[in-house]
Each structure stands twice: as structure tokens, then as C-alpha cells.
Design a protein around this ligand. Structure first.
Ligand code: URP
Ligand code: ZN
Ligand code: ZN
Length: 484
């Protein structure tokens, strides 16, 4: 049986930092500790001076997703970029086309990903058409390994669902241990504001932000939380963009309600002034919720450190500037929503989070790997370094410095959200289930290596005490026999 030996690295998990060797066999970690010479190791990697992280689990991506008459950039390019950056698992949003079954939606996404993904993946189904048949199909979808569902409160006429749909989905989710993830923005009001602005001739990208003020997000966040409470179900709010919606989550958790949430790097590192860049450049930064005032960033960091927000996901939904963002040149509401970040989110958070003293190294791993895996029902197979876990490992050099630029990135887009940022740290080697897929920063894997990973129901949202700050250290399981 061929073994791999990673020696002399500094292992970092969400709870611990320590020097240890790792032994890998059949894709799993089989031993951790100081080891004598492993004479039968087929591969030996000296990780001296490197951190050994569990691969990042990005719970929020959109690969090859139809949007505003085009499609986000594909699995082929974006998962290679993810791998080189240190992400080894994504949970991608499979959009239910109206009239399609859940099985067909899942199959469609799996077919698209098959032979085209460099890294492992799971799926959330974004429900757009909750018929009685779909309600009946939900337990089967969960048995097939999909235990998270997204509901959009925005994108009226396309993806948006009404409150009764949301309520029914929340009721069903708690029966089967699924997690409902919500895009919280009031789509009715956004649609109205879009029409008003366009009628006034306000067509430029900046008006995207004007049409989606933070109060609209805060209102929807509040409504989603109250609907979840009435339904008796946990809820997970995605892409929280500022302090006011975060405050809704903080308040609900303080009352003991299981409300959990994510923010994204763009809300921590970019702000609404980017939308006002001249020459239609602002279109590059059109995403939803929109980028906010700079003052919101500090409030989001506070929400991370006080445990209001559990995870960071990229919301990588990448489009080309020249060919795709251009669709909205005369009408901001037609600009495909989304940006990129999966290649560089790890050094960005390491530099401006860990090195800047905002979060500890262990919190960093908690936010990008352990907690996403726990909430998405993938832990402890993913999200940690433990005996029996998949050997998804990032050997991270904290000393390397790089300047982010589209000129050298691997992401398919012709621009980079973080163009010109100086960052510290980079993945030197990345292993996916024990196979080296990135060697000295170069992708050496193949697109047939990524696998669909089954998610278990009754993940962390069902198991932790909402009043506890974190999960790993302080959270107490409230049920037994489930995913953790
Ligand atoms: O702008 C964004 N976030 N695009 C992707 C779709 C979504 O709302 O998550
Ligand atoms: Zn969304
Ligand atoms: Zn998204």
C-alpha cells in the first residue's frame, strides 16, 4: 500500500497549531505525530517552514451558472484556480430550472462537473419552483447527498421565491435535517427601485448599489429570521454585506435562535466606490448584495470576531468584463451579478485578517475550512486534519509575497476583483485525497480528479448551542448521532 509522508510541517486546525508529521494512505490521514523514518513511503514531502492546513472548503460558488442571459465562467478554469489557491472542496449552487425535478437539477450539475473539476464538490439546490412534487422529493435529494438548499429573496421574475415558499421549505427542512440558505434582499423593492432609476436615465453601474440599499438587505434578513423562527427551523444567511444585517443575526442568536451566517471577501476588502469607476469599469464590481460603504468593513470584522458570522465563502460567480459584463452597458440591471476571488481569498484573508491581527490563525482555518465543512455536512471528512479525514492538505508558505493581477491569474476572467493588492502567503503544494495536485505552485492534477462528496443532514446548524460564540471550542451538540 503506497504511503505519503509529510514531515516537519506546522499543522494548523481550527483548534490547534503544532509541529507534526502526517502519514497518508489511500487518500486518508492515517497517522499524526513525530515519526521515525518511514522507509516504505512512496512520496516524502519536506514541509519545513510551511504551515499544513486542511484544504479550504468554499461553501459558496457558482460554476457555469446561467445568469442574465449568459453563464458564469466554468468548472474547468475556476476549479484549477481554486486548487492553486488552496481550496480543495467547493459547494456549488445548482439552479433548479422551473419545472425541473431536484433529481434532474442535481444530475445536470453533476454531469457538468464530471471530468471537469480539479477539486471535490458538493451541491446546494437553489429552489425556484417549490411544487408539491418537489416537496415530496426533498427527502430523496437529502439521501442522495445534497443537504443544503438555497432560497433567493431577490432577483424578481427569475430566481426569487415568495414568503410562503420560503416558509414551506423551512418547515420541510427541519423534518429532514436540511439547511436552508438564504439570499436576503427584498426583491420586490429592488425591482421597483431599478425601474425608477432607469426611468430617470440612471443607467450606470453605480446605480446597482443605489437600487439595493442596505436597509433592503436588513429587512429581508429580519424577515427570513422571523420566518425560520415561526417554522422552528435553523437558517443560514449567505453573503452578509454589512453591520446592520449582521446585527439582525446577532440579536436572533442572542435570543437562542439557530441563525448562522457567512460573509465574503469582497465585503471585507472592497467598497462601493469601485462601482463608480469611470468608463463602465464599475461593472466589474457589480455583485449582490452590492459593495457597501467602507465603514461597513470594520463592522463585519467585528461580527466575525464576536462569532455572529461563522464562515467566509467567496461567492465566486465570475464573468468576463469585455464579453459578459458588457451586457449591461446601457442598463445596470442587465449586468451579470458576481465577481471572482477563489484563487486569492486565502492569502487575502491570511494577510489582512491573520497578519493584520484581526483573527488568529486558528480562527482563519475555522472560517474557511472547519465551519463550512461542519455547516454543509462534510465534517470531519473535510475541514480538519485528523486520523480518518481526507488528506486534503495545503502546504502554505507564509513568507511568499505576491501582487494579485489578472495578468498572471488562472481564473478565466479578464479582470481580477483584487487587482494590484499585495498579499503574503501562498500555497506551495496542495493535496487532494492524498494526491499532489499542486506542486511548487503549479497545477499538476487532472480535471477527472474531483469527486462529488455526499453531505450528511443534521449538520452544525442543528447541533450547536446558538448562544455559544464558536463551534469548535464552545459549541455544545444539542443532538447526537448526526453529522459532526
Ligand atoms: O452577485 C452575486 N452574488 N452573484 C451570484 C448569485 C448570488 O446571488 O449569490
Ligand atoms: Zn445570493
Ligand atoms: Zn452567490
Amino acid at each position: 500500500m503506497s504511503k505519503k509522508w509529510i514531515k516537519n510541517g506546522i499543522v494548523v486546525t481550527s483548534t490547534d497549531t503544532y509541529q507534526a508529521d502526517l502519514l497518508i494512505e489511500e487518500g486518508k490521514i492515517i497517522s499524526i505525530g513525530k515519526m521515525p523514518d518511514i522507509s516504505d513511503a512512496e512520496v516524502v514531502i519536506d514541509a519545513s517552514g510551511l504551515y499544513v492546513f486542511p484544504g479550504a472548503v468554499d461553501e459558496h460558488t457558482h460554476m457555469s451558472m446561467p445568469f442574465n442571459g449568459t453563464e458564469s465562467l466554468p468548472w474547468e478554469t475556476e476549479t484549477v484556480a481554486a486548487a492553486v489557491g488552496g481550496t480543495t472542496t467547493i459547494v456549488d449552487f445548482a439552479l433548479q430550472a422551473k419545472g425541473s425535478s431536484l433529481a434532474d437539477t442535481i444530475r445536470k450539475w453533476q454531469t457538468r462537473a464530471a471530468e471537469n473539476t480539479a477539486i471535490d464538490y458538493n451541491l446546494h439546490v437553489a429552489i425556484t419552483d417549490l411544487t408539491n412534487e418537489i416537496m415530496e422529493e426533498i427527502p430523496t435529494a437529502v439521501k442522495s447527498g445534497v443537504s443544503t438548499f438555497k432560497l433567493f429573496m431577490a432577483y424578481k421574475g427569475e430566481l426569487m421565491v415568495d414568503d410562503s415558499t420560503m416558509f414551506r421549505m423551512l418547515q420541510k427542512a427541519k423534518e429532514v435535517g436540511a439547511l436552508v440558505m438564504v439570499h436576503a434582499e427584498n426583491g420586490d423593492v429592488i425591482s421597483l427601485l431599478q425601474q425608477q432609476l432607469l426611468a430617470e436615465g440612471k443607467t450606470e453601474p453605480y446605480y446597482h448599489a443605489v437600487s439595493r440599499p442596505i436597509d433592503i438587505e436588513t429587512e429581508a434578513t429580519h424577515r427570513a429570521i422571523k420566518l425560520a423562527k415561526a417554522a422552528g427551523s435553523p437558517i443560514f444567511i449567505v453573503h452578509v454585506s454589512g453591520g446592520e444585517p449582521a446585527q439582525e443575526i446577532r440579536r436572533a442568536r442572542a435570543s437562542g435562535q439557530p441563525v448562522f451566517a457567512e460573509t465574503c471577501p469582497q465585503y471585507l476588502f472592497l467598497d462601493e466606490t469601485y462601482l463608480a469607476l469611470p468608463g463602465f469599469e464599475g461593472a466589474k464590481y457589480v455583485c449582490s448584495p452590492p459593495l457597501r460603504e467602507r465603514s461597513q468593513q470594520e463592522q463585519l470584522w467585528n461580527a466575525i470576531t464576536d462569532g455572529t458570522l461563522q464562515t467566509i465563502g467567496t461567492d465566486h460567480c465570475s464573468f468576463d468584463f469585455k464579453n459578459q459584463k458588457n451586457l449591461g452597458r446601457n442598463d445596470f440591471s442587465k449586468i451579470p451579478n458576481g465577481g471572482n476571488g477563489i484563487e486569492h481569498w486565502i492569502p487575502l484573508l491570511f494577510t489582512y485578517g491573520v497578519k493584520a491581527g484581526k483573527i488568529t490563525l486558528n480562527q482563519f482555518i475555522e472560517l474557511i475550512s472547519a465551519n463550512p465543512a461542519k455547516f454543509m455536512g462534510l465534517y470531519p471528512r473535510k475541514g480538519t486534519i485528523a486520523i480518518g479525514s481526507d488528506a486534503d492538505l495545503v502546504l502554505f508558505d507564509p513568507k511568499v509575497e505576491q501582487t494579485i493581477t489578472a495578468a498572471s491569474h488562472l481564473q478565466g476572467s479578464d479582470y481580477n476583483f483584487y487587482e494590484g493588492r499585495q498579499v503574503q502567503g501562498a500555497a506551495r503544494h496542495v493535496l487532494l485525497r492524498g494526491e499532489v495536485i499542486v506542486k511548487n505552485g503549479i497545477y499538476v492534477g487532472s480535471l477527472s480528479q474531483g469527486q462529488f462528496i455526499h453531505a450528511k443532514p443534521f449538520g452544525a446548524a442543528y447541533r450547536i448551542n446558538p448562544l455559544a460564540r464558536g463551534i469548535t471550542n464552545e459549541g455544545k451538540p444539542v443532538e447526537t448521532g448526526a453529522a459532526l
